[in-house]
Design a protein around this ligand. Structure first.
Ligand code: NAD
Length: 484
């Protein structure tokens, strides 16, 4: 059986403890590979390698860092079919999604930050007649990069690319549930000629490898994407060590549909926002508020479209929906559907695993797209992140009401507003407490814009200039102006 290896100091190595964890294929429910059960010894070796590589890498000319990152992007493109298949087997998402979204985006992440470092500028402030101040942006040292399972290579490279582009070195930890594409990325980095120690990847459990990274005194900077509960733990560890921390956490995102919305655009758009990647995108719109005059027709069209989504073997090009990432994630969706029933909700479609799957997928973790009505904002189903293909639809009367509904959870990651009234869209965008507001679209991503959450959806921003700022230390140099 294939054994994934850690990537430390430019080499693929066994975990020091010599033990491995089973890695399951979600579509079949069977173990298909093994992932290192790393621990603090592996993290120690990775940090030592990253620390040793830092002085040279941080002084490597930007043009050379650009060349190496572009080479990595090219190799991702060259191996895109293999990477997409590996991700689908590892994660359960449809191959078509992995091939069209996740893997191309991983290459784009490297290209985006490779080219960004060729176009930087720094600030100057003249203190009239006294001094000239300029800001030196310097890499911070060894960065700890911890990522989740839902967009495994996409989110890992979203951290790795800016961190190393600006001259840091890194110790990365992918989710133990989806380690395969990170393993392939380590091979790609070796093939690209990335100097040893610049990027190190340690596999294993969050409680062992993740916590060893966040607690390590030589790791100055931690970029974490994952659940809010884990984020709180990461913050608790990093705060007394005064680390610079970025936390990209959970969401319970509202989708707001006004009666004037163009339904030909809105129905497919909101269905995609609800169920993409089996609802396992942090940005998925899982609470759908529809203006009263449009409520009944919207519900029936939305349910009709949800029922048409084909749940099946993620390797088949005809499947719109693949498997949930794990048994735990499947159980969580089932738990919330049961809870919805107890809270008085009506299940309009789905609510159970599908029938008619092929033989290969008989024991896989599949769940049907599920639409629930009849619940209000006080229900747990409407307050807690489910992270599965389970959404609720509710009517609303006024703009004020829907803003209150939208802002009524502890989360604030993303929202989408569907209307043909531009003034209204701007008004809502200003009032909604979330890091992103999409108008008549969803998951349109320009890598230059700030990305992140408000409230318990996170602290800090990724993306474009924000990431370049996060991964550098702004040093003020104040030079006295000679008096003449
Ligand atoms: P998770 O919090 O369980 O794990 C995320 C990562 O943290 C994994 O690599 C895990 O091994 C590691 N980890 C676990 N315990 C740790 C600890 N004590 N110290 C350090 N690291 C630790 O999250 P998940 O289940 O992998 O991912 C799903 C969650 O991620 C959802 O809540 C989703 O909303 C969120 N998410 C957020 C964004 C965003 O950009 N805001 C993007 C994707 C996913």
């Amino acid at each position: 059986m294939l054994r994934i290896l850690n990537y430390i100091n430019g080499r693929l190595v066994e975990p020091m403890g010599g033990t491995y964890l089973d890695n399951f294929e979600p579509a079949t429910g069977k173990v298909y590979s093994q992932v290192p059960d790393g621990d603090e010894r592996d993290v120690e070796a990775a940090v030592a390698a990253a620390d040793a590589a830092f002085p040279k890498w941080s002084r490597t000319p930007a043009a050379e860092r650009f060349r190496l990152l572009m080479k990595i992007a090219d190799l991702i493109d060259a191996r895109a079919d293999e990477l997409a298949r590996a991700e689908t087997i590892d994660n359960g998402k449809p191959l078509t999604l992995s091939r069209s979204l996740d893997i191309p985006r991983a290459a784009t992440n490297f290209r985006h930050f490779a080219t960004a470092i060729l176009h930087t500028h720094s600030e100057t402030h003249v203190t009239e007649g006294v001094a000239l101040n300029y800001t030196l942006r310097q890499p911070r040292g060894v960065c700890g990069l911890i990522s989740p399972w839902n967009l495994p290579l996409y989110l890992l490279t979203w951290k790795v690319a800016p961190a190393i582009a600006v001259g840091n070195t890194a110790v990365a930890k992918p989710s133990e549930i989806t380690p395969m594409t990170a393993y392939l990325l380590s091979q790609i980095c070796m093939d690209a000629g990335l100097p040893p120690g610049v990027l190190n990847i340690v596999h294993g459990l969050g409680a062992k490898v993740g916590s060893a990274i966040t607690a390590h005194p030589k790791i100055t900077t931690v970029s974490f994407t994952g659940g809010t509960v884990t984020g709180r733990e990461v913050a608790r560890t990093c705060a007394p060590l005064f680390k610079k921390v970025s936390l990209e956490l959970g969401g319970k995102n509202p989708t707001i549909v006004f009666a004037d919305a163009d339904m030909a655009l809105t129905i497919p758009g909101t269905v995609r926002a609800a169920f993409a990647n089996q609802g396992q995108v942090c940005l998925c719109g899982s609470r759908i508020y529809v203006e009263k005059p449009a409520y009944e027709p919207f519900v029936s069209r939305f349910v009709e479209a949800a029922k048409k989504l084909r749940v099946g073997d993620p390797l088949e090009p005809t499947s719109d929906q693949g498997a949930m990432v794990s048994k735990a994630q499947l159980d969580k969706s089932m738990f919330y559907v049961d809870l919805a029933r107890k809270e008085g909700g009506t299940i309009l479609c789905g609510g159970a695993p599908p029938t008619g799957l092929n033989e290969r997928c008989r024991d896989g973790y599949f769940f049907q797209p599920t639409v629930i009505t009849g619940l209000d904002d006080t229900c747990r189903v409407n307050r807690e992140e489910i992270f599965g293909p389970v959404v609720t639809i509710m009517p609303f009367s006024t703009e004020e009401d829907v803003v209150a509904h939208a802002n009524g959870t502890e989360y604030g990651l993303a929202a989408s507003v569907w209307t043909q009234s531009l003034p209204r869209a701007h008004r809502l965008a200003e009032k909604i407490q979330s890091g992103t507001v999409w108008v008549n679209c969803w998951l349109v991503r320009d890598l230059r814009v700030p990305f992140g959450g408000m409230k318990q959806s996170g602290v800090g921003r990724e993306g474009g200039d924000e990431a370049m700022r996060f991964f550098t230390e702004p040093k003020n140099v104040c030079v006295q102006v000679p008096q003449v």
